[in-house]
Design a protein around this ligand. Structure first.
Ligand code: NG6
Ligand code: CA
Length: 515
C-alpha cells in the first residue's frame, strides 16, 4: 500500500503488499484514485494500559472496545514519556522531549514550548492537504517569552504550529487559568474583569483550598490547594475572568460539540483532528449524568464518560458517512495514577496492578506502566478488524509515518526521533521499531528493544514518587537490565548475569542521546 498525491484531496493507492517492503520490485498493482482518509487522533490523559475493558479493565468501555473489534489493538505501543507535556511535545514534533531542558510538566502560565517554524505533525498534515484542529487539553505552553497574555491575543499557540483551529484547556484541568482558549482568545472573557494568574503568590480574593477546605466539593490530598474554582481548588492562583470560568462537569460535552462543529464544516479537504480529552486526569469531576454511574467512584465515572465521548465521535463519523475512510487512533499520554492530588476514592476502587494491566509502576515511572499505553487503530477501509499487533511502536513515529504515506517531506534535522512505521501502524508489519526511549520523572530515561530487553540506567532518583501517588519509579543507583518477555513485571535484574547485553544497550542509548 503506497500513496502518492494526485489531486489535493486524493490519493493514488497502489494495491499489493509488495510495495510496502520493496521499492525495487513492486507487486501486481491496481491503480485507483481514492479519497484521503480523515484522521482522528484521540489522545486521552492518564489512561493506563489496563484501564480499557478490551485491555482487561473492569470499567466497561463498550465504545472503545468497538474500536478494537473493528481495528488493530497494539500491545507494545508507547507514549514517549510518563507525564503529559513531554509525551505531547514528542508526539507533535517528532523529537524526544528530553533533548532540551524545560519540557517537563508545564505550569499553567508557561510560554509556548513549540515555537513557530518547528516541524510538527499538524504542519505535515497541512502540507498533505488536510485541515487540522486541536481540541481539548493542550499543556504545551502558550505565548512568547513573556508567557500568555490571557487578556489579549494569545500567540503563539496551536495556530502557529500547524493547526487551523483550536479549542483548548490551556494546561490541565487542575491548573489555573480555568478557562477555555479558542484560537487566540479566552472564551467568554469580560474585558472589564481581566484575568490575573500567579504561580507563586495569591492574587485576587477567591478563597483557596488551603484556607477554606469547607468550600470544596472534592478535597485535595497533595498540592492543588490554591484558588478554588467551581468547588475545586487548583494548582496556582487566579483572579478575575469570572464570566469565562469553566465548569469541569461540562468538559466532555464541550469538546464533543467543538469536534462536531469541526467535522461537519463544509470543505473539500480531508481533516486531521487532534482530540485530546481531559478524562481521566484529575480533578475527576464527571458530568452529573455519569456521577455514581460506574459504582467505582469518580475515577470509574470518568472512564465511563471517556467511553461515551468515543461513542459520540464514532456516531458522528457514522452519521456523516465518514467512518469507513477515517483513521481513528486511540491512545494515552502516559500511564495510570490513582491518587494524583485529590481525595476521589481511586485507591479504594482500583489497584495499580489492574490499571497498569499487570505491568509495574504507573504515571511518572520508568517501569512499563509509565509509558506502555493502550493504542488502537481503526480504519475500516484498509485495516482488517479484530487483530492484535505486538509491533514496537512509539507515538513519536506518527509524524514520519503520516509524512511518508502522504509523500510529504519533513525537517528531519529537527524531528530527529520520528521513524516511518506506517506499515506497523496499519498492521502490515509485525516488528515496528528496533528500540525506543522512555522518559520518566526527573527526565530519567529507560531504553526498550524489540527483543524484549530493557535498560534502566543507574540514577539518583527516589524509589517511590516522592509526593502522594505511591508509585514505584523503578529507579536505582545501579544499572538495571530486564527481559520483558520472561519477566514483564521487571522483577529480575539481569545486569550482572548479562553484562554484554547491558553494555551493548548502554552504548546504543548513548548513541541515541548524542544524535
Ligand atoms: C503534578 C500534579 C498532578 C498532575 C501532574 C501533571 C501535584 C502534587 N501533582 O505535579 O496532579 O497535574 O503534575 O499531570 O501538583 S500530566 O498528566 O499533565 O502530566
Ligand atoms: Ca497525562
Amino acid at each position: 500500500l503506497f500513496y502518492s498525491m494526485k489531486k489535493r484531496n486524493a490519493f493514488l493507492i497502489l494495491f499489493g503488499l509488495g510495495a510496502l517492503f520493496s521499492c525495487t520490485k513492486p507487486a501486481a498493482q491496481v491503480e485507483e484514485e481514492v479519497q484521503k482518509p480523515n484522521v482522528v487522533l484521540i489522545y486521552t490523559d492518564d489512561v493506563g494500559y489496563g484501564d480499557i475493558s478490551a485491555y482487561g479493565g473492569k470499567v466497561p468501555t463498550p465504545n472503545i472496545d468497538k474500536l478494537v473489534e473493528g481495528g488493530l489493538k497494539f500491545t507494545n505501543a508507547y507514549a514517549t514519556a510518563a507525564t503529559c507535556t513531554p509525551s505531547r511535545y514528542a508526539m507533535l514534533t517528532g523529537e524526544y522531549a528530553w533533548r532540551a531542558k524545560g519540557r517537563g510538566v508545564a505550569p499553567g502560565d508557561a510560554s509556548a514550548l513549540i515555537r513557530p517554524g518547528v516541524e510538527t505533525l499538524p504542519s505535515v498534515m497541512q502540507r498533505a492537504g488536510y485541515r487540522t484542529a486541536a481540541i481539548g487539553k493542550w499543556h504545551l505552553g502558550l505565548g512568547g517569552d513573556e508567557g500568555p497574555d490571557w487578556n489579549g491575543e494569545i500567540n503563539p499557540g496551536p495556530l502557529e504550529i500547524g493547526f487551523d483551529y483550536s479549542f483548548i484547556i490551556p494546561a490541565t484541568g487542575d491548573r489555573v487559568p480555568t478557562v477555555f482558549v479558542e484560537d487566540h482568545h479566552v472564551v467568554g472573557l469580560d474585558p472589564n474583569d481581566p484575568i490575573e494568574v500567579n504561580y507563586r503568590e495569591k492574587v485576587g480574593d477567591r478563597p483557596t483550598g488551603k484556607d477554606n477546605p469547607e468550600l470544596l466539593k472534592m478535597m485535595w490530598s497533595h498540592g492543588h490547594n490554591h484558588t478554588i474554582v467551581n468547588g475545586v481548588s487548583r494548582i496556582g492562583f487566579m483572579a478575575g475572568g469570572e464570566a469565562a470560568l469553566w465548569r469541569d462537569e461540562d468538559f466532555a460535552q464541550t469538546f464533543v460539540d467543538k469536534a462536531t462543529d469541526f467535522v461537519v464544516e463544509e470543505s473539500e479537504k480531508p481533516f486531521f483532528m487532534y482530540f485530546s480529552t481531559h478524562d481521566i486526569h484529575v480533578p475527576r469531576i464527571a458530568h452529573e449524568r455519569f456521577q455514581g454511574a460506574s459504582e467505582l467512584g469518580p475515577r470509574g465515572d470518568v472512564i465511563l464518560q471517556l467511553d461515551w465521548t468515543v461513542g459520540e465521535i464514532m456516531k458522528l463519523l457514522q452519521e456523516k458517512g465518514l467512518e469507513e475512510n477515517t483513521i481513528v487512533i486511540f491512545t494515552s499520554d502516559n500511564g495510570p495514577v490513582l491518587d494524583d492530588g485529590y481525595v476521589d476514592q481511586a485507591r479504594e476502587f482500583f489497584e495499580y496492578e489492574e490499571v497498569g494491566g499487570g505491568l509495574s509502576g504507573g504515571k511518572y515511572s520508568a517501569l512499563e506502566a509509565g509509558t506502555r499505553v493502550p493504542f488502537i487503530v481503526k480504519w475500516p477501509k484498509s485495516i482488517q478488524g479484530g487483530k492484535e499487533s505486538n509491533a514496537l511502536f512509539s507515538q513519536v513515529d506518527l509524524l514520519a509515518s503520516f509524512a511518508s504515506v502522504n509523500q510529504v517531506s519533513f525537517d528531519s534535522a529537527q524531528a530527529v526521533d520520528t521513524e516511518n512505521h506506517w506499515p506497523a501502524l496499519i498492521g502490515a508489519d509485525s516488528k515496528g521499531r528496533y528500540a525506543l526511549v522512555q522518559e520518566a520523572l526527573y527526565t530519567n530515561l529507560a531504553y526498550v528493544r524489540n527483543d524484549g530487553y530493557k535498560l534502566i540506567p543507574g540514577n539518583e532518583g527516589p524509589k517511590m514518587v516522592p509526593w502522594g501517588p505511591q508509585i514505584e519509579t523503578g529507579f536505582d543507583a545501579q544499572d538495571q537490565l530486564f527481559d520483558l518477555n520472561s519477566d514483564p513485571t521487571e522483577k529480575v535484574d539481569l545486569a550482572e548475569s548479562k553484562p554484554e547485553i547491558l553494555k551493548e544497550m548502554k552504548d546504543e542509548l548513548i548513541n541515541i542521546m548524542i544524535k
